[in-house]
Design a protein around this ligand. Structure first.
Ligand SMILES: Cc1cc2nc3c(=O)[nH]c(=O)nc-3n(C[C@H](O)[C@H](O)[C@H](O)COP(=O)(O)OP(=O)(O)OC[C@H]3O[C@@H](n4cnc5c(N)ncnc54)[C@H](O)[C@@H]3O)c2cc1C
Length: 400
């Protein structure tokens, strides 16, 4: 039986950042258990790859703190480790008076959070940044950046290993038991004993937490985000990043344009209920997981809200009808035509929903005497991963 002081379940950006910080700051013998044979197979490698500098989040919120700090730390980290990262800035476009008023709120948040911004009040000013974007006003945030999230995850893993962390790939945790003073962890490979546990299993974190009686008032509801990409001939339609003004009621940012570090321009993601936690195609169905979602009272309460129901229908439409997706894309860049968009990859967000039917918007980790369960490493979790992983490592280290 393998024994470690600490077992971190999940080799995404949160689990690996936690392991790296534990290894740097303590003498603990740490391992990471990852179910896949490659890293970055789920959220940490299937996202927009955007460093969000913090104007989207209310002052004094955890997200504002981590996103602002995370953006600058991640840029330094990428520079130090030669990870592609381009500080290209983002343009958040308002199409009507209501959205323009919300831009003012974003500007006030940027001010309070110490994030650089510029308000643009005309189409001509928008065109100077993005010649093909159309709107009546915009907020330009120059500190936003595009990063190669997969290379980032691999670098975190390499650093953690260099600091002594054992990384067990292909170890899918099926069951966690309390055993004496610690835990016995059953995996698809060898079993592991650990005195302390960090559960950073992303889309499956709630399932594992429930096995030891933690977080039973919450369940992960998987929301797929699908991307198209502009054909190479049309990639010039977006120079950097073009976002819609976000709806403050919704946790998702809306279909946007992102120029990735490899030069491709991705368009998306939408936010549609996935019929399984790893159902990356809109034809994939995992009947057991779908049943779990549909019978969860928190999900039923969420859908009882007329706003959420209408959003759900509209997002489903965008998933199954390319015309609807194109319509959403054309709102920001009207020149885009359906034939300019090619299907690209998809990611699935592990969105925590409370039994009361609330979408949990802030990061949530639940502590016990000898474990930290990261239940909601919600977007912008990539941006926040250095300070957030450090925080989880500190939470765990205090228990030892
Ligand atoms: C479509 C989309 C777009 C996004 N865009 C952005 C963005 O632009 N900027 C940003 O900052 N954030 C973005 N995010 C959010 C960000 O990607 C996540 O917050 C972050 O990656 C969460 O990391 P994680 O380590 O918690 O989860 P994951 O990356 O999902 O890692 C969890 C790991 O646990 C493993 N695992 C699961 N179950 C088990 C088990 N039983 N045993 C062993 N291992 C297990 C999985 O294989 C996985 O590797 C986006 C997310 C999505 C889905």
């Amino acid at each position: 039986m393998i024994h470690h002081d600490v077992a971190v379940i999940g080799g995404g950006c949160v689990g690996l950042s936690t392991a790296k910080h534990l290894a740097e700051r303590t003498d603990l013998d740490v391992c990471v258990l990852e179910k896949e044979y490659h890293l970055a197979e789920h959220q940490s490698g299937r996202n927009s790859g955007v460093l969000h500098p913090g104007f989207n989040y209310p002052p004094d919120s955890v997200k504002a703190e981590y996103a602002t700090e995370g953006t600058s730390r991640m840029k330094e980290y990428c520079a130090e480790h030669d990870i592609p990262c381009e500080e290209c800035g983002v343009l958040v476009v308002a199409k009507d008076d209501r959205e323009e008023a919300h831009l003012e709120e974003l500007a006030a948040q940027a001010e309070a959070n110490g994030v650089a911004y510029e308000l643009l009040d005309s189409q001509a000013a928008i065109r100077e940044h993005e010649p093909h974007a159309v709107g009546q006003a915009a907020l330009y945030a120059p500190e936003a950046a595009s990063v190669d999230s997969q290379q980032y995850v691999y670098t975190l893993a390499r650093e953690a290993q260099q600091d002594g962390v054992d990384l067990y790939m292909g170890h899918a945790v099926s069951r966690i038991h309390r055993s004496g003073e610690g835990y016995r962890i059953h995996t698809s490979n060898s079993d592991v004993e650990a005195d302390y546990l960090v559960n950073a299993a992303g889309l499956h974190a709630d399932t594992l937490a429930h096995q030891v009686g933690v977080g039973e008032d919450y369940q992960v509801v998987p929301f797929r985000g699908e991307y198209y990409e502009l054909t190479p001939e049309k990639a010039h339609l977006c120079r950097t990043m073009i976002y819609p003004t976000p709806d403050p009621e919704l946790p998702f940012l809306g279909v946007h344009y992102t120029r990735r570090t490899d030069g491709k321009v991705i368009v998306g993601p939408n936010a549609v209920l996935a019929f399984g936690r790893e159902a990356y195609e809109n034809t994939d169905v995992d009947l057991r997981e779908l049943y779990e979602t549909l019978t969860y009272e928190g999900f039923r309460r969420l859908l009882a809200s007329p706003t959420m129901l209408s959003v759900a229908v509209s997002e489903l439409n965008k998933s199954y009808r390319k015309g609807k997706f194109t319509e959403a894309s054309r709102r920001l860049v009207p020149e885009v035509k359906s034939e300019d968009l090619e299907k690209s990859y998809a990611g699935i967000r592990a969105q925590l929903v409370s039994a009361e039917g609330e979408l949990v918007k802030d990061p949530l980790s639940i502590e016990t005497d000898d474990a930290v369960h990261v239940l909601n490493a919600v977007s912008p979790g990539l941006t926040c991963s250095l300070p957030y992983g450090e925080h989880v490592a500190e939470q765990l280290a205090e228990k030892v």
